[in-house]
Design a protein. Structure first.
Lengths: 140, 300
């Protein structure tokens, strides 16, 4: 029995295929979904999404969104989903610094710009978090 | 017979027009490919969000009332009209504006306000209708960020009861040669409108979306309220983004096709003009010859 998984973002389909199990960061903490899981809807926080298929393991950095589990079908809708080897740590750090700088000039900013900066900050933090945790565990 | 010089001038200007339309065709073709890709790539996400909400909407009905699903007597209607910034894209804009005007005529007893995306829509409705917000120069490659101000404005005003219903009028991208004008109810979020949208998407491309199956009871984590409070605004944002992308892809496809046919027409015209020019030239030579012949005959 396998799970039919689809990870989609507004910009692309990040992952599609049959897998054995998936772990994802939800509001209540990291959960793992195995085949025959009960129907579930939950929100996703920033963090890492671990997909296991046989011996193959795929790690994705995700940020925000929803997961829907239904009859061995898992659909993950997230704002950002990036493969670990695609994360550019330097770029993420730069984005974080820039966002922080922008946030300090809050008074001169419109609401839209502020929200934009906040989002950028959160997104870069999520990416850095995943990149960091992978380094610590010594996986590629 | 027109003088050969006028015809020659006409040929030259037609040639220039053909050159320009050809160049525009090339530009649109490149933009078209990019915007079509963007629209197609965004579809799975928009569909997934719609389906999810469609699936949970059964559980939604009996539960607490959410502000965004709140159905009110429709007294004030808001139309989100999506047109292009620039012209020269065939009947695209006029069919959108026709559809929007039709809806306005149908709802004359209601108060109507408009939010337009694209300069063409703004120009058309300014002065005739109440245009409350204008978004233009969205650009050829749209990102979710760029459409957020639009969706946030709509949600804010809806919650403030500035209007009771929001309908989007946009062009759905079917293929390069076919774009169809569609309307979609964005707010309030209701089970019927979601199902209708899903059905429409399902009809568009067979197999793209399956009909909704029986309802399953879901567990919500942490709670249904929290999930739906996030999911509902997200759905509206996604839908606005989606309709903008579809319209964008349609615009570039329509312009590409329009420019291609005008290039073809210019070529046809050139051929006709050349024939005409040659016969005029021939006529002139014949006439000169007869004149000379007549002159010689007179001298003898």
């Amino acid at each position: 029995m396998k799970i039919d998984l689809q990870v989609v973002t507004p910009e692309k389909i990040a992952f599609k295929g049959e897998i054995n199990q998936i772990s994802l960061p939800t509001k209540n903490g990291q959960i793992t979904i195995l085949p025959n899981h009960i129907s579930l809807v939950s929100t996703i926080e920033g963090g890492e999404l671990i997909i296991k298929n046989d011996k193959e393991e795929t790690l994705l950095a995700v940020y925000g969104g929803f997961v829907e589990v239904r009859k061995n079908q898992v659909r993950v809708m997230t704002d950002v989903a990036q493969r670990v080897d695609e994360i550019d740590e330097e770029k993420a750090q730069k984005a974080r610094d820039e966002a922080q700088k922008r946030l300090t000039q809050k008074d001169q900013m419109s609401d839209v710009d502020f929200a934009d900066a906040l989002r950028q900050l959160e997104k870069s933090l999520a990416l850095l978090k995943v990149a960091g945790s992978i380094k610590r565990r010594g996986i590629k | 017979m027109e003088s050969t010089r006028t015809i020659k001038r006409q040929i030259q200007s037609t040639k220039n027009i053909a050159k320009i339309t050809k160049a525009m065709e090339m530009v649109s073709a490149a933009k078209m490919r990019r915007s079509q890709e963007a629209a197609l790539i965004a579809r799975p996400y928009a569909e997934a969000a719609l389906k999810l909400l469609g699936n949970v909407s059964n559980s939604l009905e009996e539960k607490k009332d959410y502000p965004l699903t709140h159905k009110r007597e429709v007294e004030k209607l808001c139309l989100l009209v999506i047109t292009s910034d620039k012209g020269l894209c065939g009947a695209l804009n006029s069919s959108i504006l026709k559809e929007a005007s039709r809806i306005i005529n149908e709802n004359q007893d209601k108060e109507i306000c408009l939010v337009t995306i694209g300069k063409k829509g703004e120009k058309f409705f300014r002065g005739k209708q109440k245009v409350i917000a204008v978004f233009d120069s969205i650009g050829d490659t749209v990102e979710l960020m760029e459409t957020l101000p639009i969706s946030h404005l709509l949600m804010k005003d809806f919650l403030a009861e500035d209007y009771d219903k929001v309908i989007a009028v946009y062009t759905d991208f079917v293929s390069t040669l076919k774009q169809s004008v569609k309307t979609r109810t964005l707010l309030p979020v209701s089970e019927e409108s979601i199902k209708k949208t899903i059905d429409e998407l399902g009809i568009n491309e067979i197999g793209r979306t399956k009909k909704m199956k029986d309802a399953t009871e879901y567990i919500f984590e942490p709670s249904p309220e929290e999930v739906l409070e996030k999911l509902l605004p997200n759905l509206v944002e996604t839908q606005v983004f989606h309709v903008v992308l579809e319209s964008n892809a349609s615009e570039h496809s329509a312009r590409m096709v329009a420019m291609k046919s005008s290039t073809d027409n210019a070529q046809d015209m050139l051929e006709d003009l050349k024939l005409y020019y040659n016969s005029a030239r021939q006529g002139k030579i014949t006439q000169e010859m007869t004149e000379i012949a007549a002159g010689v005959a007179a001298q003898e």
